[in-house]
Design a protein around this ligand. Structure first.
Ligand code: ADP
Ligand code: ZN
Ligand code: ZN
Length: 816
């Protein structure tokens, strides 16, 4: 008997997240393996699926057969397969949503839909009589004849105004829809090349002799290269091909991401100082744990430790994964890793083309690339033998994915390490509260680097109270102290970094007479003025509108701009320091591919005097000539009503401060603020991580927030505000009942659960969709939480709320 494959249909609906049995035709032999993508008949169509498992027995009769095996061999390994299953269970999401992360982009077979007319003209006339006038029948038959074999788009266009006829034709199966799968969109790139068939083959004519000589020398050339090199016309080559003297071959060409084109000479690794050596020794000799936290101040040489650890692992023939939080960081890290590992480095992040990612992906799969550098998506690269995972700047929020599957890289890394046996280094100057707590509790082994490598002291920080500045009559963005400090740095030909964590020009626009603020019609947020395009933009939905001359409400012309964004800062700086070369780095200025790379090059070459930008500038730049760092508004992250606001502020300030004084010259840092006494600022000023950790962990313990409890955020969105509210309240009600029922039972499974909400989200409307949320707080083991979630989903009346989207987010980064 044939094997029965249990197939997961590639669908994003929760109802289809189960396995369907299919026969495996004998002709597929051994190619049908777990993890392979297949094409199967499903609901009268063809669909892509994944072979999940095999079984000998199915309770269903008349099983259908798999039509095609897409991957031979499967592209996904056993370990990856287990990881995918685990993620879907842990984060309460469909397996398909997780599995898609593991395949190279654009590698799914492309769905091709076509329509066919199923009847002859006579039969058609007969049937159409039932609904159409004779004159109309002729017209429709002509239309069908015209459309037969045409693309779907044409059909849709021609029948757009005839919905009833179309419905009839489909229902009566007069027109049959067929789905086929063509080869994937992304493929390996091949270029046709020409060679001389063999050295023994002679040629009489002079033109041919030139071709022979060139090709024997160069081995292979493209047609145009050959024509140029041999100084012959294309027709000569055609003749030689006809005579069998020149032959064509196809050669794969790798598409290289930015930063890969330059050849980089390999450098030797460095010599460790005693702190680094101690850390390294502990990392390699401690086999009791796999998970390490490397806590080292900025510039202490963590990156060197990562690189040496990677070298060690590569020398054993294993692979290493090096995660960085943002693309902004990659140019420098890419350069450093390529200096050490050359061609063995692969790069994976979402700012690359599908083709580039596809080629990098296969370099990893076939073992050519040993060190994979990338953003969080690199977690799902096809490692065959992973020995080390590095998570640099492990505290960064970008390690949390904010779309389904809403995983946190740190959590996935722990699981991947368990499955693959790899060791992990989580590194940071400001570890997340969770990680430091894990180190305190011996879940992670703690490693620390207390001094900067070059013994440079951490830069002194001064705090400027902006309320004082106002009292003094200074209404500028720059305080007097920062203004003078920038001046000084510029005269000394040193570089300056200025952080302002708000993009755009001004952050809200207000009518002086009636107090009206301009808000987005689709979202409940104020509009930001963007200078370069001279428009108002919504930062949530990208709605744009021109600037009104008069207040839309009271028609007053006294419209004023408030709040400073990076564009405004750039403008003011240009006025204050006309000689300085200023570069802005934020989402708007870096949307084009390769911009980070260019900015980084301008910075290292010394062309740039002042780099200003949003939090992007705080991350990872190692620029020895930066001596001054200024934070324009240290409060911008503090005022977000979220339990991580203090932590984020402390991390951001410490990180950006760490950019100063990394070279020979001492650095200095200025924080401008309206909250000079806040503990995040005061402790960041002292570079006192431990002090901050202690203050913050006590607060979290008191409030029973992570890491002392776990949150699941359930978000509800939809166009109908009443429906959204009802869905949230119904789910909350079901949840409350489950909890109270369990307290009556002896086991009291759901005792330590708490519901927060439901309530409208902090931004109650985005893109015209209303938003509510509900938080479940759990102090119970994870198993109980999973049970509660399962019960909730079984009992919630989904059918009543078809038009409300419900999103589950476990351990959300932010709870607002
Ligand atoms: P971090 O990653 O902790 O910010 P880096 O690894 O970037 O620190 O090190 C800071 C600077 O010190 C870099 O310029 C790096 O090249 C240098 N450095 C660190 N360790 C060594 C070493 N062992 N030998 C020589 N230079 C080192
Ligand atoms: Zn007004
Ligand atoms: Zn909007």
């Amino acid at each position: 008997m044939n094997k029965i494959a249990q197939v997961l249909i590639a669908s994003h609906t929760q109802q289809l997240d189960r396995l369907f049995d299919y026969l495996t035709p004998a002709e597929f032999g051994e190619t049908a393996k777990i993890g392979a993508r297949v094409i199967v008949p499903f609901q009268n169509q063809l669909s892509i699926g994944y072979i999940w498992s095999f079984t000998d027995y199915s309770e269903f009769k008349n099983l259908k057969s798999i039509v095609q095996i897409v991957d031979d061999p499967p592209l996904i390994s056993n370990i990856q397969f287990q990881l995918a299953e685990w993620i879907s269970e842990y984060y309460y999401c469909c397996r398909t949503d997780v599995l898609k992360l593991f395949f190279p982009p654009g590698s799914n077979p492309v769905k091709v839909i076509s329509y066919r007319v199923n009847l002859s003209s006579e039969d058609l006339t007969d049937r159409l009589k039932r609904i159409l006038e004779p004159a109309k029948i002729k017209e429709i038959i002509a239309l069908l004849n015209e459309l037969d074999g045409e693309p779907v788009k044409q059909w849709n266009r021609k029948f757009a105004n005839l919905p009833e006829v179309w419905d009839f034709l489909i229902k009566q199966r007069i027109i049959v829809k067929t789905v086929k799968y063509a080869s994937p969109k992304t493929k390996a790139k091949v270029i046709p090349m020409l060679c001389w068939v063999s050295a023994e083959t002679e040629e009489n004519r002079a033109t041919g002799q030139r071709v022979r000589k060139v090709l024997l020398q160069e081995k292979m050339l493209t047609r145009s290269q050959l024509c140029a090199a041999a100084e012959v016309s294309s027709s000569v080559i055609d003749r030689l091909i006809k005579e069998g003297k020149v032959i064509g071959i196809k050669v794969a060409e790798e598409r290289k991401p930015i930063g890969f084109s330059e050849v980089i000479p390999l450098s030797d690794s460095c010599r460790f100082n005693s702190e680094q050596a101690k850390v390294f020794e502990k990392f390699f000799t401690n086999d009791a744990t796999r998970l390490f936290l490397l806590h080292g101040v900025t510039g202490s040489g963590k990156t060197e430790v990562y690189l040496k650890a990677a070298a060690e692992v590569l020398a054993k023939g294993k692979q290493a994964l090096y995660l960085v939080p943002e693309i902004a960081l990659t140019p420098q890290t890419l350069e450093r890793t390529r200096l050490r590992f050359g061609e063995q480095v692969a790069l994976l992040h979402s700012n690359m083309s599908d083709g580039e990612r596809y080629d990098q992906w296969f370099n990893i799969k076939n073992g050519k690339a040993k060190l994979v550098l990338g953003a969080r998506s690199a977690l799902f690269a096809p490692f065959e033998d992973l020995g080390l995972i590095i998570v640099d700047e492990e505290h960064e929020s970008s390690y949390k994915q904010e779309e389904t599957p809403r995983y946190h890289s740190r959590t996935v890394v722990e699981k991947l390490a368990e499955l693959s046996g790899a060791k992990v280094i989580f590194g940071s100057a400001t570890p997340s509260l969770e990680s430091f707590y894990a180190a305190q509790n011996q879940k992670y082994c703690y490693l620390s680097l207390k001094e900067r490598f070059n013994q440079q002291p951490l830069p002194p920080v001064s705090i400027v109270d902006m309320r004082e500045e106002l009292r003094k009559g200074n209404k500028n963005i720059l305080s007097e102290a920062l203004f003078e400090a920038v001046n000084l740095a510029l005269t000394e030909k040193e570089q300056v970094i200025l952080l302002l964590n708000r993009r755009g020009y001004s952050t809200f626009i207000l009518c002086r007479d009636c107090g009206y603020t301009l808000t987005c019609p689709e979202c409940d947020v104020s509009l930001t003025y963007h200078l370069s395009e001279k428009v108002l933009r919504c930062h949530y939905c990208d709605y744009r509108q021109p600037i009104p001359n008069l207040c839309p409400k009271c028609k007053s012309s006294r419209i004023r701009y408030f709040g400073h964004g990076t564009q405004r800062l750039e403008e003011e700086l240009a006025k204050c320091y006309p000689q300085a070369k200023i570069v802005r780095m934020d989402l708007d200025s870096t949307s084009r591919k390769g911009t980070h790379h260019r900015i980084y090059q301008e910075l290292t070459s010394g062309e740039v005097d002042i780099l200003l930008g949003t939090q992007m500038v705080a991350k990872g730049l190692d620029l020895p000539r930066v001596t001054l760092v200024g934070v324009i508004s240290a409060d911008s992250t503090l005022n977000i009503p979220d339990f991580r606001a203090a932590e984020r502020t402390f991390q951001l300030l410490t990180q950006v401060a760490g950019r100063a004084g990394r070279g020979e010259k001492n650095g200095r840092v200025i924080f401008q603020t309206y909250n000079p006494d806040h503990y995040s600022l005061q402790l960041a000023k002292e570079h006192d991580y431990l002090g901050f950790y202690q203050a913050e962990i006590e607060r979290r313990r008191d409030l029973q927030y992570p890491p002392f409890a776990e949150f699941v955020k359930i978000a509800f969105t939809g166009l109908n505000s009443e429906k959204v509210r009802q869905a949230a309240e119904t789910l909350a009600q079901v949840c409350r009942e489950l909890i109270s029922e369990s307290t009556k039972q002896t086991k009291k499974t759901y005792l330590d659960f708490e519901l927060m909400g439901p309530a409208p989200a902090l931004i109650p409307k985005i893109e015209s969709k209303f938003r509510w949320q509900l938080l479940i707080k759990s102090k119970q083991p994870a198993g109980n939480l999973n049970n509660l979630m399962r019960n909730l989903w079984e009992q919630f009346p989904f059918r009543k709320f078809n038009d409300v989207k419900i999103i589950k987010d476990r351990n959300p980064y932010s709870i607002v």
